[in-house]
Every structure is written in structure tokens, then in C-alpha cells.
Design a protein around this ligand. Structure first.
Ligand SMILES: Nc1ncnc2c1ncn2[C@@H]1O[C@H](COP(=O)(O)OP(=O)(O)OC[C@H]2O[C@H](OP(=O)(O)O)[C@H](O)[C@@H]2O)[C@@H](O)[C@H]1O
Length: 278
């Protein structure tokens, strides 16, 4: 379950180590015998013993370090070109907080631990328990001097919220008790001290990938997650034009098992810049 995970920050553990390319022994030996001296030297130079990354057989086209055999084939025209799957961003009208059960609601956050302005205030009101977790996560990171900008934090639904909701008879969105909250740390600070638009955009890619990875891992662990819903992140108080963030999101290469679509919701009324109490 996602709840067992400490945070979406464990990306180091989840990242896939570069795969070394190994040659089948028999083929290796057979091809060796057929080599003339020049090609043999070339072959040996590129062999694993010489410390270089080698391809399947010696050939004029060298393997590029870090390429998988598949990518290598693709670049050499031996098979279909490797086409990475990119994230699809679909804009919709409507209420973000009316997301279906088990949806992940995503917004951009500072790393200070404040949901004091813009849509964050609404998140704080709708999901007070998630706010506490977000705040605690930021405080812990600050205490341990861990930089969390460019990462994400996936907060599972609060177990008691369903009971609390029924007590206060809040029928506006019964799905709320099943919503996950996805925090993207795209700026270290907020307000005047917020990062520059270029820095915010730079942090958005790794943060989004971190979130998609956390969602994929939670699903792998059996958690029930449905769609990914998001506001027009960075486009309000963080002052980054939405089209720039959208283009960046659409350039993200989706890894195996990750969700491939993000649904974007925008409110209809104009943005009120006034801050609530932090
Ligand atoms: N009540 C509401 N309902 C529905 N949609 C609403 C809304 N309010 C705004 N939107 C829209 O939601 C998008 C994002 O706009 P936002 O300004 O929220 O976020 P952002 O990503 O630019 O910046 C993040 C920092 O802003 C916050 O406030 P603090 O800096 O902490 O004070 C955080 O804590 C972060 O730090 C824009 O399309 C807004 O029209």
C-alpha cells in the first residue's frame, strides 16, 4: 500500500540501475574465431575486460554508453525506432475537487510547508489531514537539510476523513475521502521569494516524474488509484505562463507502469491574489 511508503522521495531506491549489456558466451567465442587481426584488435578493445561497454558483435557502429541493446538496434536501423511514450495533458472545465473516487489531485507547492495562497488554501480546507502531512514532510526535510525542490510527495487518503465527512454531512463531494493528494515541489519558497520561472520549470519535470513513479509504485503495491487531476500548476502565484508548463509536461517521457494522462482543471472565476492566514 502507498501508506507504507515513507514518501515519494524514495526515488533513489526505485530508480532502475543502468543495465550492463552482456554478450552470450557461445556467440562471443564463435565471432571471435572469424575475425581478422584488425577486427580482432577492435573487438578486444571494446570487450568488457578492457573496461569499455561493448555491443553484441564488433561492428563499425559502436554502442553508445548507457544505451540498451534495443536502443542500439533502433539507432542502427536494425528494428523499429524506439518511440518514447510522452505524457498526455487534457484540459477540461469543471471543479478539480469534484474528481472521481481514488483520483490523485495534483498542485504545485513550496518546500516551506505553507498552503497559504491560491488553490493551496482550498486544498487545506478540503483536506486538512493532507495539509498536516505535507507540512510535516517539509519540516522534516528542513530539519535534515534535505532539498526537496524537484521532488513530489504523494499523500494517501486520510482514513478518518470518510467518518468525519459523514458527521458534518458534507455531500458536496463524497469522493473526497478517497482522494490522494500529489504535491509537486516546484519552488523552494513562496511569495516574493519564490523561484524564478525558469527554475520553477526546471524543477517541474523531475517533480512530475517523481509523482508518476510514486503513483506507479502505489498501484504496484495494490493501492486503488484512478485518474490524475491537476490544476494549471505554476500559473497563478508562481507566475509561470501555463502554456510553458503544459509544453514541459507534454515532453515528459512516461516510464513503464506510469499513468500516461493528466486531466487539467481550471476554475472559472478570476484569481484572487489576497492571502489567507498562513
Ligand atoms: N480556489 C481555487 N479554486 C480553483 N482553482 C484555483 C483556485 N485558486 C487558484 N486556482 C487556480 O489554480 C492554478 C494554480 O494557481 P495557484 O496560484 O494556486 O498556484 P501556483 O501553482 O501558481 O503556485 C503555487 C503556490 O501558491 C500557493 O500559495 P503560497 O505561495 O503558498 O501562498 C501554494 O502554496 C504554492 O506555494 C491557477 O490556474 C489558478 O487560477
Amino acid at each position: 500500500m502507498a501508506t507504507k511508503r515513507k514518501s515519494a522521495l524514495d526515488t533513489e531506491d526505485q530508480s532502475v540501475a543502468p543495465t550492463s549489456i552482456k554478450r552470450p558466451k557461445s556467440r562471443h567465442t564463435e565471432s571471435k574465431q572469424n575475425l581478422d587481426n584488425t577486427r580482432r584488435r577492435e573487438f578486444l578493445e571494446a570487450s568488457p575486460d578492457s573496461g569499455q561497454l561493448s555491443c553484441d558483435l564488433p561492428s563499425p557502429t559502436r554502442c553508445v554508453e548507457g544505451q540498451s541493446p534495443k536502443q542500439h538496434d533502433a539507432t542502427n536501423g536494425d528494428s523499429k525506432p524506439h518511440r518514447p511514450m510522452r505524457l498526455t495533458v487534457i484540459e477540461k472545465g469543471g471543479d478539480l475537487f469534484g474528481a472521481p473516487p481514488h483520483a490523485v489531485l495534483v498542485h504545485a507547492c513550496n518546500t516551506v510547508g505553507s498552503w497559504g495562497g491560491g488553490i493551496a488554501v482550498a486544498f487545506k480546507k478540503h483536506y486538512p489531514a493532507a495539509y498536516k502531512k505535507y507540512n510535516h514532510h517539509c519540516k522534516q526535510a528542513t530539519a535534515s537539510k534535505t532539498q526537496i525542490r524537484g521532488t513530489a510527495f504523494l499523500i494517501p487518503p486520510h482514513r478518518d476523513s470518510s467518518a468525519r465527512l459523514s458527521k458534518v454531512k458534507d455531500q458536496s463531494s463524497p469522493s473526497k475521502s478517497t482522494h490522494y493528494i500529489g504535491c509537486l515541489f516546484t519552488s523552494a519558497e513562496y511569495g516574493r521569494r519564490r523561484d524564478k520561472p525558469a527554475q520553477i520549470l526546471e524543477a517541474t519535470r523531475p517533480a512530475m516524474l517523481d509523482l508518476l513513479r510514486a503513483v506507479a509504485n502505489a498501484q504496484k503495491d495494490g493501492a486503488e488509484l484512478s485518474e490524475i487531476w491537476m490544476c494549471k500548476i505554476n500559473s497563478g502565484l508562481f507566475a509561470v505562463p501555463w502554456q510553458k508548463t503544459r509544453a514541459l509536461l507534454e515532453s515528459i517521457e512516461v516510464e513503464n507502469g506510469m499513468p500516461q494522462t493528466v486531466w487539467v482543471y481550471d476554475r472559472e472565476e478570476p484569481l484572487v491574489v489576497g492571502k489567507s492566514k498562513r
